[in-house]
Design a protein around this ligand. Structure first.
Ligand code: URA
Length: 247
């Protein structure tokens, strides 16, 4: 049985369950998910055309990324790609450096760019609730993104930007050695797994981080779930899979 708190969390995510279902049956009240009113997205800022500043021709800081100070320092100093010129601040990542679970999103959005922390906007609030529903708090996990600087107007990061940031993510993974990685959304899944398969096809399968034995679970991005409440039922299945993998 889920605790009152977990049921409250599920309600917060937008998933209601019939009372009295045992943990093993875990029936989801799909009807309530399907009929849930879509969340009206407030535009937090006008989508104005942005003239992106090019990358500065600065040397790459080539110190070994074999400890946290070096990783964070290198991210903070990095100007390899143009994203650094266009963001407010770097968003290296936050959380437990010995976490079993590492959550990897796409890149900082507006709120994250202001605060310097990943997943603090509406998507982040939903992600927190999804974790709470399986008894995991934000402080227990490590959260970061594929790129550490906000892409202007929240555009997808370009291939070269993802490639430039790859060494930082790689170093973070090597430090944490997580038991499981949760790839949140298309950009994260594609970048981590080196595929272009649609997320819907990646979700049902378990994956492995290339050149490692770390399992990767793919799930929908919370921003997508906010726009598409019917997909929350699948996200809840993903959370349950994650729970089993971490036990
Ligand atoms: N979306 C992401 O992918 N990452 C964040 O940090 C915030 C929103």
């Amino acid at each position: 049985m889920l605790s009152d708190r977990q049921q409250h969390c599920l309600k917060g995510i937008g998933i209601r369950r019939g009372v009295g279902h045992s943990e093993s049956t875990k029936a989801i009240d799909i009807e309530s998910v399907v009929t849930a009113k879509p969340v009206v997205q407030k535009m937090s800022e006008p989508q104005v055309p942005v003239v992106e500043k090019p990358a500065l021709a600065k040397p790459v800081i080539n110190i070994p990324l074999d400890n946290w100070d070096a990783i964070v320092h290198s991210i903070q100093q990095c100007e390899i790609c143009g994203l650094a010129q266009n963001c407010t601040q770097k968003v290296p990542g936050v959380g437990n450096q010995q976490a079993d679970l590492m959550i990897i999103g796409e890149g900082p959005g507006h709120d994250e760019d202001i605060k310097g922390e990943p997943f603090v906007g509406r998507s982040g609030q939903l992600l927190d609730k999804m974790l709470q529903a399986i008894g995991i708090s934000r402080s227990q996990v490590f959260i970061t993104n594929i790129v550490k600087c906000r892409p202007p107007n929240n555009r997808d990061p370009h291939v070269d930007e993802v490639a430039s940031c790859r060494r930082y993510l790689q170093a973070q993974i090597e430090q944490i050695k997580p038991k499981v990685i949760l790839a949140v959304g298309r950009i994260s899944a594609h970048s981590l797994l080196g595929t272009t398969e649609p997320v819907g096809r990646l979700i049902p399968e378990m994956h492995q981080l290339p050149d490692s034995d770390i399992p990767v679970k793919v799930t929908y991005h919370p921003a997508y779930l906010l726009r598409t409440p019917t997909a929350k039922a699948i996200a809840w299945q993903d959370m349950k899979t994650l729970y089993r993998l971490l036990r």
